[in-house]
Design a binder for this molecule. Structure first.
Ligand SMILES: [Zn+2]
Length: 375
């Protein structure tokens, strides 16, 4: 992956290029971001840049044999570790580690280096639990990095989501992170550095990725979704500078009809005290994957925002698509202003519970109950 393939992040690219030029690249660097700002592609592009013998104009060449191997993620000196868990194909007794899922990882990253944690879990079929980076993984990292470089140059270990590393694994890696073998680089890519074990964190040089610059994200969305500039500007604004969030919101708006059905069951069920509808809402939604559940919650928040804007006479700036106007206006007239803050709280709580892996049936039964009492 070349720097050119990363959306925006101009400053950090320049900073990394300058570090390479001065030969002061740290042996343990931690890049942190909010999901979708581009930290993982940045780490991969930087490794490729450091290895490409023909780099010029602030980027790797993208066409030499080294770059080719990096781009296919098959360079023998480029290693990855990421959170995994047991699955049907790799049961617990087989002691799952990153290598057990190497093919899925390559496929996922080549398809989309802005992969989210949730998408990864869905890809390997563990979407209802969290992966970990455990002690077997740490042992494997140690073994890989103690080997000589296959191609006689630098070696890289990219550890994605080190916040999923447990204490035992961290203890095993400390010495390696502190004093890696010569020409060996550990790049850690985190979305919540506050949850990285502190002894690991304190040994890393830390780089924060800011939200993607609006102009760059806007250009990307116009190109990727072939959308008009005003619509793209709206998605850019509400995505908070995250490419994955923008994509999710756009896809979700395309899939919105199923979320409309869920939302209608929830709202109508609660407003008309029709328990059957309410139960069908939470039973159906709890059967879906966590990513869909999260999308539904974001969708419901957006619905509330539009409804509230309509309610206070600002429908013209609510960015409501024509297809939803009638529906939103209907509910805006029906919902009392006091409901909005309670509904926001209830949905945000559901979002937090999804992240905390709380049982889905409980999450949406609880959400329904809160709506039922407040609407
Ligand atoms: Zn090259």
């Amino acid at each position: 992956m070349r720097f050119a393939a990363i959306v925006g992040q101009k400053k950090l690219k320049e900073q990394l290029i300058a570090m390479a030029a001065d030969e002061r690249v740290g042996h343990a660097m931690l890049f942190y971001e909010e999901s979708g700002f581009g930290a993982l592609p940045m780490a991969i592009a930087f490794a490729q840049y450091l290895c490409c013998p023909h780099r010029s104009d602030g980027d790797s060449c993208g066409s030499c044999p080294t770059c080719n191997k990096f781009q296919k993620l098959i360079h023998p000196d480029l290693h990855f570790a990421m959170p995994v868990s047991s699955t049907k194909a790799v049961p617990a007794e087989k002691k799952p580690v990153s290598d057990s899922f190497a093919a899925a990882w390559r496929e996922a990253i080549i398809a989309d280096p802005y992969l989210t944690e949730q998408q990864w879990y869905e890809k390997i079929g563990i979407e209802n639990k969290s992966g970990i980076i455990g002690v077997n993984e740490a042992a494997l990292i140690g073994r890989k990095l103690s080997m000589r470089s296959f191609e006689g140059g630098k070696k890289f270990m990219i550890i994605w989501l080190p916040e999923r590393m447990n204490q035992e694994a961290a203890n095993k890696l400390l010495k390696l992170i502190e004093e890696p073998p010569p020409e060996t680089f550990l790049f850690l890519v985190s979305e919540s550095p506050e949850n990285v074990i502190v002894t690991v964190l304190s040994r890393c040089q830390i780089f924060r990725l800011p939200p993607i610059e609006s102009e760059s994200l806007l250009r990307e969305l116009v190109e990727e979704f072939d959308t008009d500039i005003e619509q793209a500007r709206f998605w850019t604004k509400i995505s908070g500078g995250s490419l994955s969030k923008a994509r999710r919101l756009i896809n979700e708006s395309e899939n919105s009809s199923i979320y409309d059905v869920y939302l209608a069951n929830l709202l109508e069920g609660c407003a008309n005290k029709d328990l059957k509808k309410v139960i069908s809402f939470w039973e159906e939604l709890s059967l879906r994957g966590r990513e869909s559940q999260r999308q539904f919650c974001e969708y419901a928040l957006e619905f509330l925002r539009r409804s509230l804007m309509t309610n206070i006479g600002s429908a013209n700036i609510s960015n409501t698509p024509d297809s939803s106007k009638e529906y939103i206006t209907y509910w805006a007239a029906k919902i009392k202003p006091g409901f909005y803050p309670k509904a926001y709280d209830a949905i945000n709580k559901a979002l937090q519970d999804i992240d905390r892996n709380v049982n889905s049936r409980y999450i949406f039964a609880d959400l329904s109950n809160r709506f039922f009492l407040s609407l």
